[in-house]
Design a protein around this ligand. Structure first.
Ligand code: IMP
Length: 191
């Protein structure tokens, strides 16, 4: 990846999006500030409880790591891995379960940690998967929400940022498995 300036980077030659430019969408500082606010709200709302935080792989791994380190309540973690995009930047319309949770969530307070809600298909799948195991409660937190496109029949409990309908990468989110290491969030530049 080539840094063109502090606010612009170019996708590497090894990427199928080689040469395309990305522009900054949400800075690292703004992300960290908002993650702390989300963690404070969750700590307040779950005081005295021991929720199990379930990260949705791969995209949420950095958000999850920052979020749990900013909590000041007891918690446990687990992960689930889903795929809805494959190699494209448009949803495939189906969700595949690639790795299920290992923990027994029956009778537990579950907090599902998503990186981004786009169409909402993945979230619906997650809700069905969690609910069937009989938890005490299921709560959803997503760093990003594409409000214009999300078709949800239930509200998200905690949202970091509402963003426009543009493909974003960085802070754990990928374009064809690349660019997850960028500290800020970037959007593909429109030509
Ligand atoms: P949904 O099922 O359409 O809501 O899509 C959710 C999943 O698609 C997320 O967990 C991401 O893995 C991926 N995704 C959706 N939009 C983006 C994006 O703008 N950048 C990177 N990944 C995305």
């Amino acid at each position: 990846m080539a840094a063109l300036s502090t606010s612009e980077v170019e996708l590497p030659a090894s990427s199928r999006f080689a040469g395309q430019k990305l522009e900054i969408s949400i800075t690292e500082d703004d992300i960290h500030r908002r993650v702390k606010e989300l963690a404070d709200a969750i700590s307040h709302d779950f005081r005295g409880k021991q929720p199990i935080m379930i990260g949705v792989l791969n995209g949420s791994f950095i958000f999850m790591a920052d979020l749990v380190r900013a909590l000041d309540i007891d918690f446990e973690v687990d992960f689930i891995k889903l795929s809805s995009y494959g190699k494209d930047t448009a949803t495939s319309g189906t969700v595949r379960l690639l790795k299920d949770i290992s923990a027994d969530i029956t009778g537990r307070d579950v907090i599902v940690v998503e990186d981004i809600v786009d169409t909402g298909l993945t979230l619906k799948f997650l809700r069905a998967r969690m609910t069937e195991a009989g938890p005490t409660s299921v709560t959803f937190v997503s760093l990003l929400l594409k409000e214009e496109v999300a078709n949800l029949d239930f509200p998200l409990d905690y949202v970091g940022f509402n963003i426009p309908n543009r493909f974003v990468v960085g802070y754990g989110l990928d374009a064809d498995q690349k660019m997850r290491g960028l500290g800020s969030l970037y959007a593909f530049k429109e030509n």
